[in-house]
Design a protein around this ligand. Structure first.
Ligand code: ARG
Length: 489
């Protein structure tokens, strides 16, 4: 016999109660009406993001206030309802920041946790009104941008501090020579200031990248709803402005489903990491007995648990290692986004841990790295002594011959022969006698000795981008101007 309609209804109620008893209520999740059974514990565990997205709580509440105002503006909330909601949001905000209120184990995500608590405080009739015209999809797309924008400011300041540490050393050492290398082989003498500034400029470009990225990141997705937009004529500009964002997204599908600005920020973070790793690698090398160019300050290096004599460049090594992790976050994000159909898909939830990790990695790495750089002690004597090693003045000899009217091709040949003789005799170029020089070429007269000096070599590289001490001082001014022109951080 077919069950009567009444029996069917009763069955469904019983099933719901069963589900609630077995799985608890669907408390903490913002859905459940069309389900007869609560989520399995395994699903809940997989789906739950509260433990990592709770750090977005203050942004979520700011979004809720702005949204409530927009709802009131179109008459969905009355003035007094708005006031009560805003007041409840602000006390909840205070409780969140003091730690007086924390989400429950059953809260699926930050949005559910805060909305459920709002309802607990002001009742379902009032608290349940705030969700009109919005979805977690447009919420989270906006909140992640707010988070990144705030941290972009912190990271920019840290990068600027590192640039300034490099510039301080560069100014002091604008005339101190060191070996310049290509292929890690001695190439030509350079100034230490020039080398240090070569690590500063990529960081200036990272600052410019962040500043340029802000224009794309400062966009509100609010008003997009789940994907199609909202049906209440919400004043989206008002919401954006309340959140300190410059623009409203032009397309609700794009607004909720795209994460290119997240990937772009992860790229910048990875680029910063890679830039640090290149200097880190040099600091590690420079600190070895073989190089002996730098000494690390005790407070910015570590010891060994077994070898008492050791002093290790752990900050530099961690910078090198963490650059891999930053790259991993970028790769993970791009891979998650690849081929993802429109609009929102749950895959996108994976953006958060990656970007949080990139941000937190840089925020812990940059201050330590800057401290290590600031306190670096350079062994200027050792660097000067090494600056002319490996026949690094050979190009100066070739340039000398060019100035005498010899084609560079021939000058290169003559100088090559000179190096061969020096190598055979086991001498430095300047140690060869006048007779030995002349036996190689009649052009190699005593005048060539004027270029066989590191300081002379440095002074000749006096183009604005060159390594001469005067060029380096000019470069320092340009660096300061470049930083000043990066306005918005
Ligand atoms: N926690 C999700 C995220 O971070 C936002 C919630 C959207 N969930 C959903 N089922 N539509 O992306």
């Amino acid at each position: 016999m077919a069950p009567s309609e009444n029996e069917e209804q009763q069955n469904s109620v019983n099933q719901q109660q069963d589900a609630q008893e077995t799985h608890g209520t669907n408390q903490g999740a913002l859905w459940g009406g069309r389900f007869n059974a609560g989520p399995s514990p395994e699903l809940e565990k997989l789906s739950r993001s509260t433990h990592f997205d709770f750090k977005l709580a203050s942004y979520d509440l700011a979004g809720s206030s702005a949204h409530a105002r927009a709802l009131a503006e179109v008459g969905i909330l009355t003035g007094s309802q708005l006031d009560s909601i805003l007041e409840a949001i602000s006390t909840l905000e205070a409780d969140v920041s003091s730690g007086a209120w924390v989400p429950a184990e059953s809260d699926e995500d930050i949005h559910g946790a805060l909305e459920t608590e709002l309802i607990n405080r002001i009742g379902a009739d009032l608290g349940g009104r705030i969700r009109a015209g919005r979805s977690r999809n447009d919420q989270i797309a906006t909140l992640i941008r707010l988070y990144m924008l705030d941290h972009a400011e912190v990271i920019s300041k840290e990068i600027a501090a590192l640039i300034s540490a490099l510039a301080t050393h560069a100014e002091k050492h604008s005339a101190d020579p060191m070996p310049g290398r290509t292929h890690l082989q001695h190439a030509q003498p350079i100034t230490l200031g020039h080398h240090l500034l070569a690590h500063a400029w990529p960081l200036v470009r990272d600052l410019q990248r962040i500043s340029n990225w802000r224009a794309r990141a400062s966009v509100s997705a609010y008003g997009s709803g789940a994907l199609a937009g909202n049906a209440f004529g919400l004043n989206m500009e008002l919401i954006a402005a309340a959140l300190g964002l410059d623009d409203v997204a032009e397309n609700s599908l794009d607004a909720t489903a795209s994460r290119d600005v997240v990937a772009e920020f992860a790229f910048i973070a990875a680029m910063v990491g890679v830039n640090l790793s290149r200097f880190a690698e040099e600091i590690i090398l420079w600190g070895t007995k073989e190089f002996g160019y730098v000494k690390l300050h005790d407070s910015w290096s570590t010891g060994s648990s077994i070898m008492p004599q050791k002093k290790n460049p752990d900050i530099a090594e961690l910078a090198r290692g963490k650059s891999g992790r930053l790259l991993g976050n970028l790769t993970g994000l791009l891979t998650m986004l690849k081929a993802l159909p429109l609009a929102y898909n749950r895959d996108i939830q994976e953006d958060k841990e990656a970007i949080f990790d990139s941000v937190e990695t840089l925020e812990v790495l940059l201050p330590a790295f800057t401290g290590m750089v600031t306190t670096l002690e350079f062994n200027l004597e050792r660097m000067r002594e090494q600056a002319s090693a490996g026949y690094s003045l050979a190009t100066d000899v070739a340039d000398y011959l060019v100035r005498k009217g010899i084609p560079f091709r021939e000058a290169h040949e003559i100088t090559g022969a000179l190096v061969q003789v020096a190598e055979r005799e086991g001498k430095e170029l300047e140690e060869l006698s006048d007779a030995e020089l002349l036996s190689i070429s009649s052009y190699l007269d005593a005048g060539v000795r004027s270029v066989l000096s590191v300081d002379a070599s440095l002074a000749t590289r006096s183009g604005s981008n060159g390594t001469s001490p005067t060029s380096v001082r000019l470069q320092l001014q340009k660096l300061a101007t470049a930083i000043e022109s990066i306005t918005n951080f």
